[in-house]
Design a binder for this molecule. Structure first.
Ligand SMILES: C[S@@+](CC[C@H](N)C(=O)[O-])C[C@H]1O[C@@H](n2cnc3c(N)ncnc32)[C@H](O)[C@@H]1O
Length: 180
C-alpha cells in the first residue's frame, strides 16, 4: 500500500477485517483519508461496493481538544492533489468537510468503516454516527487504539465499550468492533 501512515502489520489487519465483511450488505467508508492510500486499498478490494472517503481534504485535523496529543491543522495536505489521486476510482464518493457535520445529507448503511481521525471527539462522534448504521457482521475498525500519541482515541473507545456490549478484537494498535 502506498500513501499511508499504516505500517505493514496494520495494513494486513485492515485487509483481513475488510475481507471478513465482503458478504455483508452496505457501503464501505474511511473517515480520515489523509493521502488516500488506505481508501484506495479499501475501494479496490471491496468487491465493487460504493466507498465513501471522508476528510477535510486540505486543512487536516479539526476538533482536537486537550484530550489529544495532535492539534488542529496536523496532517494538512493539498486536498486537490488527494482528490485527483482518488478520482480514477469510479466507486469512491468523496465527502469533503468537518465530520460529522459533513454527513448531514448522507443516508447509508455500512459493512466496513475504517476510522482514523486521531482525536477524542472524532472517535466519539464516529461511534455515535456509525454504530447504529453498521449491518450485522459489519466491522468498525479504529486506528490508534492504545497508541501514546492518540490517547483520546483510546479513551473514547473505552467509554463506548462500558456502555455498549460490542464484540471487539485488537489488531496492531487497532480495535475492530463487530456488529453481532
Ligand atoms: C492520521 S490521518 C489519516 C491517515 C490515513 N488513514 C492513512 O492511512 O494514512 C488523520 C486524518 O483525519 C482527518 N480528520 C481529522 N479530524 C477530522 C474531522 N473532524 N473531519 C474530517 N476529517 C478529519 C485529517 O484531515 C487527516 O487527514
Amino acid at each position: 500500500m502506498e500513501r499511508t501512515l499504516l505500517w505493514q502489520a496494520k495494513q494486513d489487519y485492515l485487509a483481513q477485517c475488510l475481507k471478513r465483511t465482503l458478504n455483508v450488505p452496505g457501503l464501505t467508508a474511511e473517515i480520515g483519508v489523509y493521502l488516500g492510500g488506505t481508501t484506495r486499498f479499501i475501494a479496490t478490494n471491496n468487491h465493487g461496493k460504493a466507498h465513501i472517503a471522508a476528510d477535510t481534504f486540505g486543512p487536516g485535523i479539526i476538533g482536537a481538544t486537550s484530550k489529544d496529543q495532535h492539534v488542529n491543522g496536523d496532517f494538512n495536505v493539498n486536498g486537490n492533489e488527494v482528490l485527483n489521486y482518488l478520482h480514477v476510482l469510479p466507486n469512491v464518493i468523496p465527502i469533503v468537510g468537518y465530520f460529522p457535520q459533513s454527513f448531514q445529507y448522507v443516508h447509508a448503511r455500512y459493512s466496513f468503516v475504517h476510522v482514523d481521525l486521531d482525536t477524542y471527539q472524532g472517535t466519539v462522534d464516529s461511534l455515535d454516527y456509525f454504530w447504529d448504521k453498521l449491518n450485522t457482521g459489519g466491522i468498525l475498525l479504529y486506528d490508534d487504539w492504545q497508541w501514546d500519541n492518540c490517547k483520546g482515541v483510546t479513551e473514547a473507545l473505552q467509554e463506548f465499550l462500558t456502555k455498549v456490549p460490542a464484540h471487539f478484537e485488537q489488531g496492531q494498535h487497532q480495535l475492530a468492533l463487530t456488529k453481532q
